[in-house]
Every structure is written in C-alpha cells, then in structure tokens.
Ligand binder design. Structure first.
Ligand code: ATP
Length: 254
C-alpha cells in the first residue's frame, strides 16, 4: 500500500500494477492509472482485452493476483464490502427486472442500496419528472424501448448517490441519438461529483470522455484525453486511434 495516495480524496480510483491471472493466462497485466472525482474515464479495448476482468476487480468482485487498487478510498482486496457500498454498477447484461414495473424496480434497488422508504419515494417522484417518465411509472420495464430502459437503469445505478459508477457497455444496441441522450445523464451525474468509469465499443462515446485508456492484450497501451490521443497517434478520430492500437493485439478471444 505504500505508494497509494491514501488521503487524497480527489483520486476516487487508483490502480497500481493491478494484475489478474487465470492459471498461466494473464488477463489483466500490470495496469496502473488514477481517476479523479467527477471525471468520466473511458476504458476501451477490443473483445477479450481484459476490461471486464479489470472492472470486476475494481468493484470488489474479484481478488487481484497482484497489485493494488483503491476505490472511493477503500482497498479493493481487503475492504470489498465498503467498496461495494460506495459504487453503482450497470451493464448491458445486467440491469433491471423486465417483469417488475418501473417504480417497483426503483424501490427494489433503492432498498438493496440501503435507502429509507421515504427517501426512495421522494427521489422516485423527482426522477420520474427529470426523465419525463411520469406516464411510464406503472409500466413493466420489459415493455419499454431499449433506450428508455438504459436511461432508467443508469438512473437506478446512481439512485443512492455513489461516489463512482461503473458502466459496462451501457448503451449497446441503440442509435447515436439515444446514446447522446444517455450521455446527457452521465454529464449531469458528474456535475454532482459522481465519477464515471465506462467501457464502450462506440468511438463516438470515447470522444465524450475526459480521458480514455486503451487496453491491448491485458495492458494499457495508451491513456490520455481524446484530443491528446489523436495528436499522439496523428489520427483524425478516436476510431482511428483505437484501430491503430487494436491491430497490435495477438490475443484470440474465444
Ligand atoms: P469483452 O469486450 O468481450 O467483454 P473484455 O475486454 O471485457 O472483453 P475480459 O472479459 O476481461 O475481456 O476477458 C479477458 C480475457 O480473460 C479473455 O481472454 C477471457 O477469455 C479471459 N477470462 C475472463 N474470465 C476468465 C476466467 N474466469 N477464467 C479464464 N479466463 C478468463
């Protein structure tokens, strides 16, 4: 722990030589970075690069083989319960229950996050207004269009005002305009001091991040603002930067 900045509350995520091996295979290979409070940090990489494995370690769901990490001031190896209480999480694969109504999902997750009934009720009313969802409140989540579901899932993931929210490909399958609307919610969250850690395959979204890291075969090969990365790689878009780096991959994901 010696090198970790334990008292710098501005650094909400710190990864120091974080490594995960499965047998002889190194899925995440010695990655180091820091994310500041209120920052939007894009975590990019081709399929199988190691993003989900790294994110699982940062969420306290998987113990690192080597290296250290701090999230919201807590050690991801020894204080996993405190880490979990300080974060929100949303992924394309897991979000809300289709067979529950909108308000029932909010009540359920608010309760899981330890919020009081009164607070859940007041915040649900607020959220329905902000999302312009007053007519959807009593509908089953399964009946909503995908873009609505994603906005709702994101709002639920930050309902308890966590310090950090981890988003694993949150906007898969929707068009650029709906993605743009989703990102308005992300900006709003960061303006309230929530730090956003997001993986995506969409390069328009990479452009919206404050900084972006690009993983290739378990290692971070580039990390900077989109503007600086484009300069560094003499590229006109993040798509071009990404493809220059992804070409270096020798990993074949099953
Ligand atoms: P994607 O974008 O496809 O989700 P990713 O960058 O998130 O990819 P990971 O899911 O972290 O990649 O996987 C990284 C590598 O580690 C892959 O080769 C994967 O097969 C391997 N891997 C992940 N979990 C395990 C496990 N539990 N046991 C063995 N290998 C694993």
């Amino acid at each position: 722990m010696s090198n970790l900045i334990q008292h710098n509350s501005n650094k909400v995520i710190i990864a120091e030589n974080l490594t995960k091996r499965f047998g002889h295979f190194t899925a995440v290979d010695n990655i180091s970075f820091e994310v500041s409070r209120g920052e939007i940090f894009g975590f990019l990489g081709a399929n199988g690069a190691g993003k989900t494995t790294a994110m699982r370690m940062l969420c306290g769901l998987s113990i690192p083989t080597a290296g250290k990490g701090m999230v919201a001031g807590y050690d991801i190896e020894t204080q996993t319960e405190l880490v979990k209480k300080s974060i929100g999480y949303m992924s394309q694969k897991f979000s809300l229950y289709d067979d529950l109504k909108v308000w029932e999902n909010i009540e359920l997750f608010g309760g899981i996050y330890g919020m009081k009934d009164k607070e859940i009720k007041v915040k649900t009313d607020e959220l329905m207004k902000v999302l312009n969802f007053e007519n959807e409140r009593d509908k089953l989540v399964g009946s909503l269009p995908l873009g609505f579901k994603q906005k709702l899932a994101f709002s639920v993931s930050i309902f308890h005002t966590p310090q950090v929210v981890f988003l694993d490909e949150p906007t898969g399958g929707v068009d650029p305009i709906t993605r743009r609307q989703f990102w308005e919610l992300i900006y709003d969250a960061t303006s309230r001091g929530i730090t956003v850690f997001v993986t995506t395959h969409y390069m328009d979204e990479a452009e919206y991040c404050n900084r972006v890291s690009i993983m290739v075969d378990g290692k971070i090969e580039a990390l900077d603002s989109p503007k600086e990365l484009k300069k560094q790689f003499n590229a006109s878009s993040m798509d071009e930067v990404f493809h220059q780096l992804a070409r270096k991959s020798t990993r074949v994901d099953s």
